[in-house]
Design a binder for this molecule. Sequence first.
Ligand code: C2E
Ligand code: MG
Ligand code: MG
Length: 766
Amino acid sequence: MRSTAGSTGGRRHVPWWAFAVAGVAATAVYVAELSRTTSVLAFAVIGVGTVSACFAGPRRFGAQPRAAWSLMGAAALCFLVGVVVRPWATTQPYPRDLLGDAATIPGYLLLGVFFAVLLRARQSLERHAVLDGLIVCLAGGLASALLLAAPAAAVPGRPPAESVLAGLYPLFDVMLLLLVVNLTFTATTWPFSLVTLLGTMTLMVVGDIAYAIIGVAGLTYASPLLDVPFLLAYVLLGVTALHPSVAQLNRAARRPVQAWSRRRMSLLGPAICVPFLLLVLVGGHSPAYRLSIAVGGAALVVLLLARAVSAVQAQVAAQLYSEHQAVHDPLTGLPNRRMISAHIARLVEAAPPEGPHRVWVCYLDLDGFKWVNDSWGHDTGDQLVIEVAARLRAAVPAAATLARVGGDEFVLAYVGEQAGALKLVEEVQRCFARPLPVRDTEVVISASVGIAHAAGDPNPAVTAEALLRDADTAMYRSKAEGPGRSTVFDVSMHDRVRERIELEVALRTALAEGQLRVTYQPIVDLATGHPVGAEALVRWEHPQRGAIPPVTFIPVAEDAGLIGAIGTWVRKQALSQLARWRADGTVSDDFYLSVNVSPRQLTDADLPLIISAELMQYGVPARAIALEMTESVMMDGSSVTARVLFELRELGVRLLVDDFGTGFSALGYLRRFPVTGVKIDRSFVSGLGQIVEDEEIVRAVVAMSCALGLSIVAEGVENRRQRDALAAVGVTQGQGWLWGPAVAPEEFAAGWGAAANRDQLAAGNS
Ligand code: C2E
Ligand code: MG
Ligand code: MG
């Protein structure tokens, strides 16, 4: 294992603050010039310490890019050699006096590459920053060339190489300045290491300017004080490398960097003033000076213009991008609802009032998308949507416009004849014929389509929103008929939607105002005619509209989220009724009540706990309760539902499959889930004694149920022929109008209570 900062095991590392203290102390010793040995030692501590810090620190903190910090280490080494050699070299005759520079110049180049690599990693080399850097550097370069380099080069009696070098150092600093300025322009956060790195560069520039100033005086080395900025720069560089925040130096600026920030202006403003200042200060020296200032000034103006143009371009690009984002779906890149609405509105406006051409709007909703999302997660759902969008895009002709308007909803807009529109829908449906790759596997899904059209509509004020709404309504109609269907909107659907909404509103008050009742239909032993149980069935007596059948309002309750409340109410009514019947002897101990549960109710993970509490509250044994659910419950694949079913079974309640045979007929679930019995749907019962196939089906169900140890109830038994046929194939229990419909509890007790049983037996079996 690699050791980290401050850890005791493995290699120990010098903390940054210890390095800083030692560095400053060593600098002080160096400046004091106690003896040659102490000076050399102090120098070695700083130099060797910094170079090794540059190699070790960033590696320890995982600073990226790795190559950059090796470059920095090498640069530090070059400068170190340069500084060590310089005092001795300057006493040597030409050209050996240039040995110090021979080490320092590669150091500058390496440093330049280090910054370039770092800036690239930070994604900081954007056009504005480069232009700003160039402007500042051009101004700085002009100033340093005229104020420092030219006088230094003009010192008489020096070999030309020396003069060139003397003029070169200020230009190196200009290059450094360019890079450092770039770094600050794009910095939106200021980690400690960035601050110390900037300090390092500032000290280096200060040191170089100091040398340049003595260079103007014709000197190349004066006193150890001149080395102080460099020594401190070294110490700061070491601190940069040893501070944990060194790993943040390469992080890209997150927030978009402002093109004209105050920080930029505070550097650009003085830069622009430089030519004017130079004109005042040194303009009188010679025509060459004035020409340089003029050329430099003109170059600055050109750069500023380029800068302004680039800022405007960036602004326009950003504007276009945000406009595109506002009307497109980020996941698929397709137009979004806003854009397709506007497009449809334009089509409707331009549509010819008569003739076969119309504006068609198709609303597409994926079937089973929720299932993919729930069982595989949203990432997979997104992947599926992207895949579907790609397929649709390929299938839809250029004449139609495709948009994504919701999670799994797409819209197509098309102008043309009806045949063309229907062909388009066909093409779209065909997209789903092939399975779609999802994760490592493939899924087969389909799409329900609703189609609406404008023109020829009796209402002339047709809008894009109305067309979308109608197509959406038609799509729901398709969904209700099963997956993969398409439906063309017609006005009667509006009425149905309105009625549904009215029903929902009425249903919300029904429960509170006591409009619901529970009725009981006997479940009878075919052999004896005794009631073995009863099914609790809810009834709604609407004050104005009269009785509303459960097949009408239960689906509404499910959609409106009311089924939980209604289901709980029915169950409690049934339990308290059963408790009373058991107490007063109306029913025997093995009599059970069957209660319907909706798929929605079984997704409530707390349901087993709630039912167990209710059983205790009413003092009813679990075995006296059966829960009826349709096959779809077990087919929906939800893990919550499965757990709920197992926990319910553990409680001891019976679990029955209602309307058995009408659903998916994939019988595997009978073994996978803890069901205790099936209720054969009345559609199979009605044909008994007349249709041979129905008899065969019932026979097969009986054989299978016996094999799996399941109880069987036949539903909808209306006559004796059916009852006898059922008994003949081995069905033991039945429910239906032969014995009576669902009735109020008092009537049930009177007709089916223990006292009435004997008479009933005689009547039913005769
Ligand atoms: P289901 O659970 O299959 O209930 C049996 C339905 O068949 C009942 O209709 C019953 O009145 C009817 N029926 C009984 N015997 C005969 C017969 O001999 N011939 C014919 N043709 N029909 C017969 P109902 O009461 O209209 O209930 C319809 C459906 O509504 C039920 O089907 C059940 O799925 C649902 N439902 C009823 N009450 C509740 C409830 O409290 N909660 C939930 N979630 N659903 C309920
Ligand atoms: Mg039922
Ligand atoms: Mg049923």
